[in-house]
Every structure is written in C-alpha cells, then in structure tokens.
Design a protein around this ligand. Structure first.
Ligand code: PLP
Length: 430
C-alpha cells in the first residue's frame, strides 16, 4: 500500500512558522475513525472495551480523544495511572497491567478504581498487604510457554518472556483469590507484538477461551472478561499488507462461539489493550534536513534524532520517509538519514532510496504515533520535541511544548550549580 502523509506541505509550512521542527504530529480524524472501526468489529460482544495502552502515547489530548471514542486506559506505572485519572477516568475505566510492580502502584491503581491484572502469583500477597484486602474484580496474566506460531511463519517465544503465570500457577492463583474474596475474574495474555496477520487475535482468543473454560471448571471462578491485550500490528513498510480489523473481530467471534458459548459462558466480555494499532499510523515525526555529508556514503542530517524516535536505533525498525513536496520525484538517491547523537545507530534510515534531498527540505517520518515520542530519552542532553495535533477541522493545536534547557536541568535545582545554569539559561534562551 502506498504510504501517503495525512498532512500537506502547505499545512506543515503554516505549522513550522509557529512551532519549529522537529515535532510529532497526530491526526485526530484518523484516530477517531480507526477507533470507531475497532468498536464496529467487536460490536457483536456487548461487553467489549478497548483499554488504550497509555505507554504508546501518554499525551493527555490524545487520551481525551480516545476516551471520547469510548476507550478506557491500560496503565503500567504510577504516572500512567495519574494521567488516566487526570483525563477523567472513573472506576472501571483503567486496567493496570503491570509487571515487577512496586507496591505503591497497586495501592494507587486500586484507589482510582483500576482493574488490577496480576502478572505473578506472588503479587497476590503483595496486593493484599498493600490494600488490606483483595479487590472483588481481579485479573491474572497467562504465559503458556513454548513457541507461539502462526501460519505465515510469524512467531514469538512465550517461554522466553518474563510475563504472566504458568497454567498451574493461574489455577492456584484463582483458587487463592477466590478464597480471599475475589468475585469477578478476568484473564489476559500478550503473546506476540506488532503482528501483521488477521490470525493473531483469533488464535490468542482460542487459547484464552479454552483456558477460561478450564479455569471455571477447575475453580468455579466467575469469569467476566478475557483481555486480548495489544499486539495487532500496523503496516510500517509500503509492501506490508494492513490488518483488517473487521476480519479480526469476526475471527474472535468464531472462536467465542465455538468455545465459550457452548460452555455456557456466552456473557464473557472481550477487552483489548491496543496501543500501536490505535495511534501508530496517525502520528508522524516532522524534521528538517539541516546537513548533507558525502564521505564513504551519502548522509542527510536532520534536526531530529533517536531521542525523538528510538525504534530505528533500538530495533532496526523501518519507518517510511516522505520528502515533502518531492513525492513525485524519482527515488534515485541512496541516503543514510541521521540524527546528531554521538551514536552510529542514530539513523532513521540506512541505504534508503529517496529523491534528492536539499537542506531545508521537510522530511515526514511515518507511523510514529505509538511508541514514538513516548520512548524518547535525553541522551547527549538532547531535548524532547513538541507534539502537535492536526484537528478534524484542519486547524492545528500544540498538545505538548518542546523541552527547553530549563526542563533538562530542572532536576538539579536542589544544587548550587543550578544558579550558574539558570543565569546561562536566561542569557542564551529566549
Ligand atoms: C505494550 C503493551 C500493550 C500495547 O501493545 P501494542 O503492541 O502497542 O498494541 C498492551 N498491553 C500491555 C500489558 C503492554 O505491555
């Protein structure tokens, strides 16, 4: 599928007149339409709910849009929980799917009415100690071990993954939780990431539905929901086949009707915790070419770096690049597109065929709407960028300002050296 930007060069020029590059830009219309399509695909299940994985895009304005679309939030840290509360979450709107969890986070998650999804059997004790009781609604995360394979050869390795409980543990956990007063149960698993197949959710659903039937039989637990978590992928490359959410919803329905309905469990709700699928394609990183270098290879230096988008450096991930205004020119140049970190993996693209790039050209790096800004860091003292929303009516809105040196130094404000830094900030920053 051809990858086309959701923004025009004309719109970008208006934005950069106000907000300098680099920045992440999000497409409100795309986010809303996609969320609506997800709800339609699962409308056969009356209890269906998407809990957006906050770590993918922890930006309040984006969370508010998703909340308006009916989403709750999947959190895994204190600050993510705080954000969920700040955007108006009520009890039941938050799923707390954490691991290696600090005790205070259980406490806060419960206080705001989050549904706690236990990653480990030992967390039962921790949770009970933290709260003084076990919540009436509780979920447990499952890890089947082994290798998880799909027919297109895509696989993942649950036996190597740190998450979840074994089958024996989840049976024991349900018994213990029930004894301690839990009344409504859920199960959860996340077995493969960024899956480029309509088969992943139906296959995972089959595994979890079988488990739900088994757990009900073994423990008598009242299972209210099955949480399919995240993992639906997006087409990062032009040649990738996009997933079809309607086909995925139907596949899950078939598994549901084959396994849960005959077991008298036709009232179980389906939950999801999609992150990438909800916002990934509806964000991009806008950056300007500021430098070209011709040595053993051809390099284009841009004003963004891995701090703004870590996935290429971290996973060798492909992110498509459009040189704005040059969409119809031949891709007859081969470039490495680099940031300025003192790390040779700070490259948004390696040996990429692109049109001739000149200094001042705007590059649009696609599919940064999930695990993009949020993975950022501050290596080399680089500052995190702004985030801008392209609203449905075509206007644009700053939804997070760029970091300044003052932000970067602010954790030093307890030290005498901060006075020096502050006077320098005042001298050189407008
Ligand atoms: C990261 C994560 C998700 C979201 O994953 P995506 O690949 O973005 O869909 C959902 N649930 C949990 C527990 C996660 O850790």
């Amino acid at each position: 599928m051809e990858k086309t930007p959701f923004v025009t060069l004309e719109q970008l020029n208006e934005m950069i007149a106000v907000y300098p590059t680099p920045f992440h830009l999000y497409d409100e219309k795309g986010i809303r339409e996609n969320a609506a399509a997800l709800l339609r695909a699962f409308s056969w299940n009356p209890g269906f709910r998407e809990y957006f994985a906050v770590k993918a895009a922890p930006t309040p304005k984006l969370m508010q849009i998703l909340k308006e679309c009916g989403c709750g939030f999947d959190c895994s840290s204190l600050t993510e929980l705080m954000l969920a509360k700040a955007v108006g979450c009520e009890p039941g709107d938050v799923m707390f799917s954490s691991n290696d969890t600090p005790v205070e986070e259980f406490y806060y998650a419960d206080e705001i009415g989050g549904i706690i999804n236990l990653d480990d059997i030992t967390h039962i004790e921790t949770l009970e100690a933290a709260l003084g009781h076990i919540p009436e609604t509780i979920s447990c995360r499952y890890n089947p071990g082994g290798v998880f394979t799909m027919s297109n050869g895509i696989m993942d390795n649950p036996s190597d993954s740190k998450y979840g409980m074994t089958k024996e543990q989840i049976v024991s956990a349900f018994r213990i939780l029930k004894d301690k007063g839990a009344k409504r149960f859920g199960i959860h698993a996340f077995l493969a990431s960024n899956t480029a197949t309509n088969e992943y959710y139906p296959k995972l659903a089959g595994i979890l539905f079988e488990l739900a039937v088994y757990l009900k039989k073994e423990t008598g637990a009242d299972i209210r929901f099955v949480n399919l978590s995240g993992g639906i992928g997006i087409p990062y490359r032009p040649e990738d086949e996009p997933n079809d959410i309607a086909v995925i919803g139907e596949g899950v329905r078939r598994a549901y009707e084959a396994i849960l309905t005959p077991a008298g469990m036709g009232d179980v709700a389906i939950y999801t915790e999609l992150g990438r699928y909800m916002t990934g394609p509806f964000g991009c990183l806008i950056t300007k070419a500021i430098h070209e270098k011709h040595i053993h290879k051809e390099y284009i230096g841009v004003d963004a770096c891995a701090v703004n988008l870590m996935r290429p450096a971290m996973y060798g991930a492909y992110h498509h690049i459009t040189v704005m205004g040059k969409e119809n020119q031949p891709c007859d140049h081969i470039y490495d597109v680099t940031g300025s970190l003192c790390e040779n993996n700070d490259k948004f693209a390696i040996d990429r065929h692109l049109p001739l790039i000149e200094r001042g050209d705007l590059l649009l790096i696609h599919d940064t709407g999930a695990h993009g800004y949020s993975m950022g860091y501050n290596y080399n003292g680089k500052l995190k960028s702004a985030e801008i929303l392209l609203c449905q009516d075509g206007s644009f809105e700053l939804i997070r300002r760029a970091e300044t040196p003052k932000d970067y130094f602010s954790t030093l404000d307890c030290l005498p050296v901060y006075k020096q830094l502050e006077s320098e900030i005042n001298r050189i920053c407008r």
